[in-house]
Write a protein that binds this ligand. Sequence first.
Ligand code: RIB
Ligand code: CA
Length: 362
Amino acid sequence: MRQKILIDVDTGIDDSLALLYLLASPEAHLIGIAATAGNVPAAQVAANNLAWLDVCRAPEIEVALGAAQPLAIPLRTTEDTHGPCGIGYAELPASTRELSARSAARLWVEQARAQPGEIVGLCTGPLTNLALALREEPRLPTLLRRLVIMGGAFHHPGNTTPTNEWNVHVDPEAAKAVFDAFSAAPPQRRPIVCALDITETIEMRPHHLLRLAERAQSLPLEHLSESTPPGRSATSNPVIAHLTDAVRFYFEFHQQHDQGYLAHMHDPFAAAVALDSTLARTRPATVDVELSGTLTRATTVADWSGMWGREPNADIVIDTDPARFFDSMIAKIGDFARNRYPPHELATTPTRDISTAHEQGR
Ligand code: RIB
Ligand code: CA
């Protein structure tokens, strides 16, 4: 039985890999993509998702536009982290696919009502649209089979301020609303929270990209390093080439911030957990979000031992095996890329000519 997934993203370089991971997973049935403002504005997020669906020669999958602004504060984006369009150096051909007629919040509400208990929700961006959906449908915590959230930081420094993490930083009111809404959820419905404590151990390095290209039989193989000159990937497989262009920007960003020539793969890790929760060891806690702190606004706080006298509302991931995740990601996306663009086809088609192959409906 394939697992129905509704993904809510702010695509984004690592969101792109989360999308690819799900598209490459036969056990996943991607029933919709909500485009949330975060790394870049919502309209750009939506365009990026439509364009990735083209590159991946994916079937029609609903992409719904989210709110333009967070619940209570002006939108802040981060093009310095994810690139001017949110996908690093990748330049994806504009898609002709249509956006959904309904909003991202309506997508959440109507899909959950139509398939009660069947959908795993995966949020890899700010929680704005899920919070709006909860206002319309307070039963969402029990209508969803499970919710997985990439966000927050607990016993770990923030990546946006000293104590807060980007997705919560963009819309802290939404994050608080979501955790509050799940306070009444039964234990098996608690959100699984992939916070920086864990996701910053998921360090993608050039050798992972190399293994991915090898698995996809994409040539030439490109050994990225700090000395890689500017310019786009010349490798033959369009999925691998665009992914390489996207991730290279992220490698450089982390390098510029003294973290090494690597990229934290926050979102694809959360996608992997959404499909296989055995990848994560979790611990229940009561999570709340600071809204009024001068220095600490948007900080996620976990009560692990009932000091607040409130029931746990989250299962926080406290351990994983990064190598197991990367083996899975490389196998899935590498095989997917090779199947979508068989090497013999690429021998006769100019690199990145996705339109030809797409028009042939393969
Ligand atoms: O803090 C990391 C998160 O913020 C990731 O989801 C990244 O894509 C950005 O949205
Ligand atoms: Ca994201």
